[in-house]
Design a protein around this ligand. Structure first.
Ligand SMILES: NC(=O)c1ccc[n+]([C@@H]2O[C@H](COP(=O)([O-])OP(=O)(O)OC[C@H]3O[C@@H](n4cnc5c(N)ncnc54)[C@H](O)[C@@H]3O)[C@@H](O)[C@H]2O)c1
Length: 329
């Protein structure tokens, strides 16, 4: 259990997972400071979906994790950090790898260095299942070799190694959480489940996707956030890594059929070359071995894929900007 007197910083709070984690922690009554990436529109990103009365209870800071002095300053009164800020879109990482290396590796280094300097008591560093590359055996446990199949993956491997080195070299209390694919309300239309749902709902069931053979293990965002909170609340797990996943994988083909069935929409599928990942960069199968997290912190996912698709669709149907007949690269 996390002590309610501790002050928590969330980076990446305006993002998909970060905004859901922020709302969950506000609802649980925690003291929060959240970091929103500075932008000239004064946009709060996904935080706009949270009731303004709730947001009044927390401190919102705008800035950039690439600025060490700024990060050192804002972590002075912080006891716990959930570090989620990152560049995450794999396709863009092919075009602009160095910005991924900068934000994801150096940005993470800034967070950890500031945490060390300010004696932060616990840091949850968010990794990704993409660090494993293609499964060399399945299910993928935390000891599976890592392989950088995309610049995004390389940048997250780099970040994980920085975290590992800060634990080993400086005894920094950092724990790594490695979510497999996460989905739910507020996720970008670039991601597979919102993309399929919005095309099915708003484009008369006509769906364009890239490769449909890869298999992924999907977890509903509330389950992922609860896993992050439980990992943080567990004592003596510094230096450890936890996979977060449902333990079930599904191909994109099967996923499209499932979404069609849940929404009761007849799907007409076309493949789009522009959306395909380069063959050697595509990761065919990511299936989570979640034995460690189940045993160590007693976490189990509560929302089934069908239920999660219903909840996500119910949210998407009310969002103006998701009403598109196009899909986003
Ligand atoms: N969504 C998934 O399925 C998934 C799966 C595994 C791991 N993850 C990891 O979870 C974390 C959150 O992912 P998400 O899906 O919520 O992504 P997201 O893109 O919705 O959120 C990332 C946030 O980081 C912020 N950010 C980017 N650069 C920044 C900078 N320089 N300074 C400050 N903030 C910056 C962005 O503004 C954004 O709000 C990431 O670390 C990602 O690698 C996500």
């Amino acid at each position: 259990m996390i002590d309610k007197n501790k002050k928590i910083l969330i980076t990446g709070a305006s993002g998909f997972i970060g905004s859901n984690l922020t709302e969950l922690l506000i609802d649980k009554g925690f003291k929060l400071k959240i970091l929103v990436h500075y932008n000239s529109f004064n946009s709060l990103g996904n935080l706009k979906f949270i009731d303004s009365e709730k947001l009044k209870k927390i401190e919102i800071i705008r800035g950039d994790i690439n600025d060490y002095n700024f990060i050192e300053e804002i972590t002075k009164d912080i006891n716990i950090i959930f570090h989620l800020a990152a560049l995450i879109a794999i396709p863009y990482s092919y075009n602009a790898p160095s910005s991924y290396f900068k934000t994801n590796i150096i940005g993470t280094n800034n967070i950890l260095e500031a945490a060390k300097k300010n004696k932060v008591k616990k840091i949850i560093h968010t990794s990704t299942s993409e660090v494993y590359g293609d499964a060399q055996y399945s299910r993928i446990n935390e000891n599976h070799p890592i392989c950088a199949q995309s610049p995004y993956s390389a940048s997250k491997i780099g970040a994980d190694k920085v975290a590992e080195s800060y634990f080993n070299s400086f005894n920094l209390p950092v724990t790594t959480a490695r979510p497999f694919n996460c989905y739910g309300p507020r996720q970008s239309l670039r991601s597979i489940i919102p993309s399929i749902i919005s095309q099915a709902l708003f484009n008369k069931g006509r769906i364009k996707v890239g490769n449909t053979y890869p298999k992924r293990d999907f977890t509903y965002v509330e389950d992922t956030c609860n896993a992050l909170i439980s990992i943080c609340g567990k004592k003596n797990n510094e230096g450890k890594t936890y996979n977060i996943g449902s333990g079930k994988s599904i191909s994109i083909d099967e996923l499209i059929k499932t979404i069609g069935n849940v929404l009761n929409i007849k799907i007409k599928l076309t493949k789009d070359r522009k959306r395909k990942r380069i063959a050697s960069s595509e990761v065919d199968n990511l299936l989570c071995d979640n034995k460690f997290i189940k045993k160590d912190i007693k976490w189990i996912p509560k929302i089934s894929l069908n239920e999660g698709i219903k909840l996500t669709s119910k949210w998407i149907i009310n969002q103006k900007e998701y009403k598109t007949d196009k899909f986003i690269l």
